[in-house]
Design a protein around this ligand. Structure first.
Ligand code: UD1
Length: 429
């Protein structure tokens, strides 16, 4: 699946980004919606699905589960599900799940549509332990029998899943998606309290409605799902990626640039836009749901504090990129990471570029410096790779970013978009 492990980006810093750009379809919305195609037979047509290695990985997983998937250059992903519902081909193997944690999203749909599932336990990853206990407890409340054997979650249902009252102890995005999908085909009504309100969950709800599901409370923290006998195939267009949009705004801001970013999911970006404005960037956006955002960053940025939280709070997926901006801001800032316990892997790399950041498990103290300096650095995860790329764009000299395959998991043609705005970036193997 990963064929670019040895590739690195060479970034020559100091260019001001200018021009116009656009945002691709959302990775974090695409993966659960692709998983939802397990729930209904027929030919599903999903558009605006970004061309990313994580999407390829998910397509491979669905193929393993007996579906056929094609993803065209025009970003239309077609899934044909002719599975007869028998408990065969319900095995999500370790080698796929260990590379892509989102694979756990097939658990709920498999139990709901085939009554059985064997999915590798995802295990931890560089940003934290990332357990799935809340998914499993909720599925048990819905009537599934779950056991863990030899590193696999094995689940089965006698008949159909049934509706239940689920009250999540913590806000879990993937957990909410898994239970939401499972509940669409369960008998009776499922209420999910303390549900994730992330825009990608809203997008999944709309895709499920398009397939014939009955869901109310969409966008709130209480979702009520009344199970239906069967769903029909989906024809749905995925929302634009709010994290890609936020990352682009940070990249422009870091270089003191002037860019209009089109196809932004503006209504989901308020927290990020307000934070960048507080730092001194001028940002102009209209009130539309999806539209263009104009960012102009002429002045030295000012230090601000950042706390990550579930939506509508600051996304944990924007923490690393904002930290790069704070590293070159005037003053001291504190970044508090409230979602993951180990999401500061970019800190030592930014410090190698001249940043002054001191971090413990969940809090980083940043003293802004005038400039960063190019250095060889290593990307450790998807958003860390974006933060290092932004650092390279505004640093003096040349930055070599190793392990850049992380970036390709979640940003479609990102370096090409930056190059089109004037960035000097080359890819080497
Ligand atoms: C999380 C982020 C999501 C981000 C994604 C990738 C939140 C709430 N979630 O989603 O915005 O896009 O990472 O960076 O911001 N947890 C448990 N037990 C479970 C499930 C989760 O304890 O069964 C804990 C996790 O360890 C974590 C928190 O709950 O501390 C949120 O996890 P969850 O939302 O499920 O993670 P992702 O879906 O990966």
């Amino acid at each position: 699946m990963i064929d670019n492990v040895s590739e690195k980006l060479i970034v020559t810093g100091g260019t001001t980004l200018r021009g116009e750009s656009f945002v691709s379809g959302s990775k974090n919305a695409s993966l659960p919606i692709i998983a939802a195609t397990l729930l209904a037979n027929g030919r599903h047509k999903l558009s605006n699905v970004p061309l990313l290695s994580d999407v390829n990985g998910f397509a491979t997983l669905l193929t393993t589960l007996g579906l056929s998937v094609s993803h065209a250059k025009n970003r239309v992903l077609t899934v044909t599900n002719n599975h007869d519902g028998t408990p065969t081909q319900c095995h999500a193997p370790y080698d796929i799940v260990s590379r892509m944690r989102a694979s756990i999203l097939v658990l709920g749909p498999l139990l709901a549509s085939r009554g059985t599932a064997k999915v590798s336990l995802p295990g931890g990853c560089t940003i934290g332990a990332r357990p799935v206990d809340l998914h499993l407890k909720a599925l048990q409340l819905m009537g599934a029998t779950i056991s863990i054997n030899h590193g696999y979650i094995e689940g089965s249902v006698d008949g159909k899943l049934h509706g239940a009252n689920i009250d999540f102890d913590k806000v879990t995005v993937t957990g909410t998606a898994n239970i939401l999908m499972a509940a669409t085909l369960a008998t009776g009504t499922t209420t999910i309290r303390n549900a994730a309100m992330e825009p990608e969950i809203v997008d999944l709800c709309h895709a499920l409605l398009n397939m014939g599901a009955s869901i109310s409370g969409i966008g709130s923290n209480t979702l009520v799902i009344t199970g239906v006998e069967s769903l029909s195939s989906a024809e749905y267009s995925i929302m634009p990626d709010r994290i890609e949009a936020g990352t682009l705004l940070c990249a422009v801001t870091a270089t003191g640039g002037d860019v209009i970013v089109h196809n932004c999911p503006i209504s989901t970006l308020n927290t990020v836009i307000h934070k960048l404005q507080a730092m001194g960037a001028e940002i102009y956006a209209d009130n539309s749901h999806i539209g263009s955002v104009h960012v102009i960053a002429k002045k030295r940025l000012q230090a601000v504090d950042v706390d990550t939280n579930p939506y509508p709070g600051m996304p944990t997926d924007m923490q690393a990129q904002l930290m790069t901006l704070l590293a070159i801001s005037d003053g001291t800032s504190i970044v508090t990471e409230n979602i993951f316990e180990n999401r500061f892997m970019h800190v030592p790399e930014l410090n190698r570029m001249g940043a002054h950041i001191h971090a413990n498990e969940t809090t980083a103290f940043i003293t802004g410096v005038e400039t960063l300096y190019g250095a060889p650095v290593k990307a450790t995860d998807l958003r860390a790779s974006a933060s290092l790329l932004i650092a390279g764009l505004c640093a003096q000299g040349t930055t070599e970013i190793h392990d850049i395959y992380h970036l390709d998991r979640g940003y479609e043609k990102f370096e090409d978009k930056l190059i089109a705005l004037g960035a000097k970036i080359t890819r080497q193997s």
